[in-house]
Design a binder for this molecule. Structure first.
Ligand code: PLP
Length: 439
């Protein structure tokens, strides 16, 4: 056997094969512990996943109990009690009009499902000329080819061009970057939303299936909150042209911004809503796609079958885990803590970094917060992305025993490096202070 000069080579193709990763062996509340006994405060919930921390015994007990009864039964043959109970739980709390749900194993699958439901909906109605999706620049919707097609991160897409789906991308609603000095937030929100109408008219309304957007933007831009009224105007435009509205709440949903569904705070209901990360909180891999009664009826009373499906849809143990997660959030009143500690984290970040010459913006909602780094604060000029500053920050933070989720700029250098924080909903004031200090 020839010896490999790379000390970190393993049989796994890791995300970044050049890095030597610590080995995670245990969890303790908001901390992850590695094999050397080092404790890392999980200030990002991994990638906004671990909303109950890493050792919630009620969730673990529910998963064990389900495994003892029945780990899994294929959905061609059976439904299961946990899947039905989780569906009831979500739909009884969902925004108006969302009446049915489809369970998959994660966020990309959830968006893939939403795109296909939207397309089949129009196919059932005989509107087969509707082929286009409209999405936003600086967005992320997942890595499967459909989800990647709608995603607005050119670097992630480049290798796979030409991508399968016809998609056009409009600018996101990004106050710090795109609002003009002479506009109020409301005026800007209206202008940003009207870009959708312009694009629908350019394509021809009869060719457009849906508009997809993250309610609060996450991985690619760092916790960008919509301007007031932006999504209400978006909803109006979609209704005017019969275009479906898909809200991706994979990262920002399930309580992360202080309400179970982020769109509750925008006063809109989408036709399709996806969620994943906080749904199973990392205890089980699971995602969900909620749909309107109209979409469900068009398919079930039309051809009768949704032309889609995976082996692990409606996985009984995953559903049992997710149901337990949601019950713990509700029983312990964790959405209230998410709001209160979110405000505390925002204040701590402003306190620490408000005057920092290289922090251009501090933003977010609930326990979904970010700081954006700039080389020149007055000009809002980002650092050269080749410096890979965000990767350096992640490494430095890990050395300080802190997990944060940094992202690099995306389009035309218009957005720079940011650091995303999404701590568990169980975080305390002491935890918040520790995040700000270590960062
Ligand atoms: N949508 C959004 C908004 C996300 O942030 C992510 C993941 O970061 C996804 C979709 C994809 O989810 P997954 O990685 O579970 O496939």
């Amino acid at each position: 056997m020839t010896s490999d000069p790379r000390p970190n080579r393993t049989h796994i193709l890791h995300r970044d094969p050049s890095r030597v990763l610590p080995v995670a062996v245990a969890g303790d509340g908001p901390f992850v512990i590695d094999s050397a006994g080092r404790r890392y405060l999980d200030a990002s919930g991994g990638a906004a996943v671990s909303c109950l921390g890493h050792s919630e015994h009620r969730v673990i007990a529910a998963i064990k109990a389900q495994l003892d009864r029945l780990p899994y039964a294929h959905t061609s043959f059976f439904t299961s009690e946990p899947a039905e109970a989780l569906a009831d739980f979500l739909i009884s709390r969902a925004p108006e009009g969302l009446e049915h749900v489809y369970f998959i194993s994660g966020g990309s699958e959830a968006n893939e499902t939403a795109l296909k439901l939207a397309r089949q909906y129009f196919w059932e109605k005989g509107e087969t000329g509707r082929r286009h999706f409209i999405a936003r620049q600086q967005s992320y919707h997942g890595n499967t080819l459909g989800a990647l097609s709608v995603g607005g991160n050119p670097a992630r897409r480049a290798v796979y061009e030409p991508i399968l789906l016809p998609v056009s991308h409009i600018p996101p609603c990004f106050d710090y970057r795109n609002r003009r000095a002479d506009e109020t937030s409301e005026e800007y929100g209206l202008r940003a939303a009207n870009e959708l109408e312009t694009e629908i008219l350019r394509l021809g309304p009869e060719t457009v299936i849906a508009f997809i957007a993250e309610t609060v933007g996450g991985a690619t831009c760092g916790a960008i909150t919509p301007a007031p009224g932006y999504f209400r105007r978006i909803r109006e435009i979609c209704d005017k042209y019969g275009v479906l509205l898909i809200l991706d709440e994979v990262m920002c949903g399930m309580g992360r911004t202080g309400t179970l569904f982020a769109c509750e705070q925008e006063g809109v209901s989408p036709d399709l809503l996806t969620c994943a990360k906080g749904l199973g909180a990392g205890y089980q891999p699971i995602g969900a796609c909620l749909m309107s009664g109209e979409i469900y009826d068009a398919i079930t009373q039309g051809s009768g079958t949704f032309q889609h499906g995976f082996t692990y849809i409606g996985h009984a143990t995953a559903c049992a885990g997710a149901l337990a997660v949601q019950q713990v959030i509700e029983e312990d009143g964790l959405l209230r803590n998410c709001q209160a500690m979110g405000d505390a984290l925002g204040a701590a970040l402003r306190d620490r970094f408000g005057d920092h010459p290289h922090i251009g913006d501090i933003r977010g909602r609930g326990l979904f917060r970010a700081i954006e780094l700039v080389e020149d604060r007055a000009a809002k000029r980002p650092f050269d992305l080749k410096l890979k500053l965000h990767a350096k920050i992640r490494a430095e933070a890990m050395a300080e025993g802190l997990m944060v989720y940094p992202g690099g700029g995306t389009i035309d250098g218009r957005s720079g490096d940011h650091v995303l924080m999404a701590p568990p909903y169980i975080i305390t004031q002491a935890g918040v202070d520790m995040i700000a200090t270590r960062l």
